[in-house]
Design a protein around this ligand. Sequence first.
Ligand code: PEP
Ligand code: MG
Length: 551
Amino acid sequence: MPEELRGTGVSPGAGAGPVRTIAGAVPEPEAGSRHAGDADAERATALGALAAVAADLEERGARSVTPDGRDVLNAQALMASDPGLADGVAAKIDEGLAAARAVFEAFGVYREMLAGAGEYLAARATDLDDVRDRAVARLLGLPMPGVPASDEPFVLVARDLAPADTAVLDPATVVAFVTEEGGPTSHTAILARTMGVPAVVALPGATDLADGTPVLVDGTAGTVVVNPSADQVKRARAADRARTAHVAETSGPGATKDGHAIPLLANIGGPGDLESALEHGAEGVGLYRTEFLFLDRATPPTDDEQERAYRTVLEAFPKGRVVVRVLDAGADKPLAFLPPPGDEPNPALGERGLRMLRRHPDVLAAQLRALTRAASGLTAELQVMAPMVTSAEEAADFAAICREAGIDRPGVMIEVPAAALRSRDLASEVAFFSLGTNDLTQYACAADRQIGSLASLQDPWQPAVLDLVASTTAAGIATGVCGEAAADPALACVLVGLGATSLSMSAPSLPHVRAALARHTLAECRQAAGAARAAATAAQARRAAEAHLNP
Ligand code: PEP
Ligand code: MG
């Protein structure tokens, strides 16, 4: 009887394939570890490992799905075959060090040289560390770090996925995600929904599954079946087809059954997400997570680079709106060029979002400059908003900086309970709100969105979160929702019933939400919202709302 494991389903659908696990960090080889005395043999082993790493990176570069990915992999292959580095390794081995330690130390010298050599090379230091870890892993017989390379479709299993880990994922080969950590609003969940890949998070012991084990991931039910039968896989796929069958029936702009317009927008992390947004009928962009453009950067992006990335997105929606969020650095999305000032015991409660940008006004000014330049001459409506805003004073400050830069409709995200509770004060400073229900839930329930064991508290159906949404819309200004809550068809109806004026989500969820809205009148959405708010628990809130909605 196949074993069934249970976690939290965060991206619907069924995916089956063999497990491939992201290996943990490669440990530092023991300091002072020495070889047995045959320096020639040790040198041959070390240089052989470097050559194998270079060949592997080159081959992966040739198969890379994006030009950026190809460039990075090719540059890494060149690092691995650098003759200066090989000389450094050989010299360490001649001093008696074992191959793995010699490689580790020689890379250290090379790294410092690069880090001191100016902007461009400093930005490559992380790539160099990855090459070092690959060579050391090979020499110590450990699994390769990072996302595994595979020609065949597989289920990616990890303790957790950082945004930077996943930048190189090829949606054609990853059929599902399973992680031990992460809740429904973690970046693993967001990425999975963006890619339209089924995902289960908060599954304890997931990384104990041996590589190659066949599994069936049901992202709707939140289950992972180990060694599923062919029949189980067939039934899960059929159920998935049934789930998606009705969505094709609805198209066009988002609206309730009685014609109340609710623009349906896409959450994107860069121009690479545009194709999917357009394909799924997005009417514009409701959240452009600009920090995703720069996750692997050690230095701030140039004005031109930013302008290009923004312009491409604005050009894609000549008749729509594009809501750009200024850099939300810190906590779960650290940017190397905007580090927090010192150690933060609770990064989610520390300097992130607007707090960080107020410390670096030059970075904010450069981003706003690039945005206005990008929008000039285009017909798309550019809107700009700040993340992690707490008070009316912060909102007023941000609005003033935007207006000075020529952006006349600034907005703020409402993702801190204090801002939701005092929305009227903030509303007099800005033109619109965008509810970030992921962080709003994290802060309302005091439950870190990255910790899998707290997944049930990271649930936007929590009545306290619904109350905060209602408190926000009560201010009466345009209020979109761009947190993952908007991607849940039943919850989307409830949010509209609570007064949301637009909904933004990962593109593959758009057709499901469009179909759900089209089946309900605004009055029905309001009834469902009232019933949900009257419930005492998240599960009861969902059931109460669903009782007023057609599935
Ligand atoms: C949110 O917090 O709901 C949000 C949309 O922003 P992010 O997920 O990027 O923090
Ligand atoms: Mg947020």
